[in-house]
Ligand binder design. Structure first.
Ligand SMILES: *Cc1c(COP(=O)(O)O)cnc(C)c1O
Length: 430
């Protein structure tokens, strides 16, 4: 049996524990939602003042050159490249994940159509994040492809055949936290002649990603989740250099032009991933992302991404063990894989009181009222069950936090506190 004392000892021995000092997290809050919106880096406040007041207010338009605004997408892209196993100059930060997915899927489908005109199938998972499916659905209609949604690994394996044009998967599932073996899945799809697009929304900054070693074709991802870029901070896009100059993406705006300030009437795409830019970037928001990325640079002194990944697994192992040990009588099921190679940086629970449809939602609300912030994701009433999601960010969470979170959960369940009516009211954002 694990004790509170064990957890305190683990914290005392943890070389990464000082990284928490880079974040603004109110006392008493245990933040388990960094997989949805990362916590605020302390440096973000000064950076916001600097960008708004000095660079914009004083510098006015000269700041495009003097404050390095113009090359921010590339500069931040290089910092992210280091976290996802991509090369320098291969990643840009721009637009949203949804928009970037539209661009890379368009490119992938056009490349496939040129190389293998008879392949008309696009495959993804029914449990993928909805925006990914919506973007794919519409693009398939537009370009004459068929979208097939698989529901199991077995169906996925069967779908990898001579009809497959593009396989579009999210590396770590947003609901279950299950992680694919990127290299193995990529190799098998490519062996059949298909291209593979990876969504790294729940991977970047959370698990070690090696895009080039896995020989992936395209990747996109969020920066406001584990990378702590701030609400709505722009997303990133990576294209394998073997594809990047073959087709330009369809949002052919002036920022992706070879010479934007020549104001030529005709479009000529820039060389490399810069052509995946479209229009003027949200500089204030993008500037704040750098504060989140700097904390990853600071983590290098303590072992960087491999050390963060090891701690994330230790935290999620501890959470799973404590839920089993301390909440046993409440029939909570861990839906996240126990196998480390298959687990992202979150733990999802389902179950509890089967007779109450609001159970998972109400438990999360009761925990939030106690300062333990996780979230709820609704099921579809059929195959997908309602889940309680707990994200574990090793940059700012410790072992005692995990202990306390499970104690609150146990208390909310033992006391029946979750049954109180105020925990049933639904908010717009869950
Ligand atoms: C969070 C998330 C998104 C979000 O897309 P936005 O365009 O930033 O709203 C997309 N895909 C996945 C898999 C996600 O988890």
């Amino acid at each position: 049996m694990t004790t509170l004392d064990d957890c305190r000892k683990l914290d005392a021995q943890d070389p990464l524990r000082t990284l928490r000092d880079h974040f603004e997290i109110a006392p008493g809050i245990i933040y388990l939602d960094g997989n949805s919106l990362g916590a605020m880096p302390k440096g973000a406040v000064d950076r916001a003042v600097e960008v708004v007041s000095r660079q914009w207010g004083d510098g006015l338009i000269t700041s495009w050159n003097t404050a390095g605004w113009f090359d921010l997408p590339q500069r931040l892209g290089d910092q992210i490249a280091a976290l996802i196993g991509a090369g320098t100059g291969e990643v840009v930060v721009t637009d949203t994940t949804s928009v970037n997915l539209y661009k890379v899927m368009s490119a992938a489908l056009r490349i496939s159509a040129a190389d293998h005109p008879d392949r008309r199938l696009v495959v993804s998972e029914r449990s993928n994040f909805p925006t990914d499916l919506y973007i794919a659905e519409n693009l398939c209609k537009e370009l004459g492809f068929k979208l097939q949604l698989v529901e199991s690994e077995q169906e996925l394996a069967q779908s990898i055949n001579c009809d497959l044009a593009v396989l579009m998967l999210t590396h770590v599932n947003y609901r279950t936290g299950a992680m694919y073996d990127m290299a193995a899945v990529t190799a098998s799809a490519q062996a059949s002649g298909a291209l593979v697009v990876w969504d790294l929304a729940h991977s970047a900054g959370a698990v070690a990603v090696h895009l080039k070693a896995a020989n992936a074709d395209f990747a996109i991802g969020c920066t406001y989740k584990y990378l702590n870029g701030g609400p709505g901070s722009p997303a990133f896009v990576w294209v394998n250099p073997r594809h990047v100059d073959r087709f330009w993406q369809p949002l052919s705006g002036w920022w992706g032009h070879a010479a934007p300030f020549e104001f030529a009437p005709g479009y000529e795409p820039a060389k490399g991933v810069a052509r995946y830019l479209c229009g003027t970037q949200p500089i204030v928001s993008m500037s704040l992302l750098e504060c989140g990325l700097q904390i990853y640079q600071a983590s290098a002194a303590f072992g960087g991404m491999p050390a963060l990944r090891a701690k994330s697994l230790a935290l999620t192992d501890l959470f799973i063990d404590l839920v089993h040990q301390r909440c046993a009588k409440h029939n909570m099921r861990v839906v996240t894989p126990v196998d480390h190679a298959r687990r992202g940086s979150q733990v999802s629970l389902e179950g509890g009181d089967e007779t109450d449809r609001n159970f998972s939602y109400a438990v999360i609300q009761a925990l939030i009222a106690r300062g333990v912030i996780g979230d709820f994701r609704a099921g579809d009433g059929k195959r997908l069950h309602d889940i309680m999601r707990f994200g574990f960010t090793p940059l700012y969470l410790g072992y005692e936090d995990v202990w306390n979170a499970v104690e609150h959960l146990r208390d909310v369940l033992d006391s029946g506190e979750w049954k109180q009516p105020q925990f049933r009211q639904k908010n717009a954002v869950t």
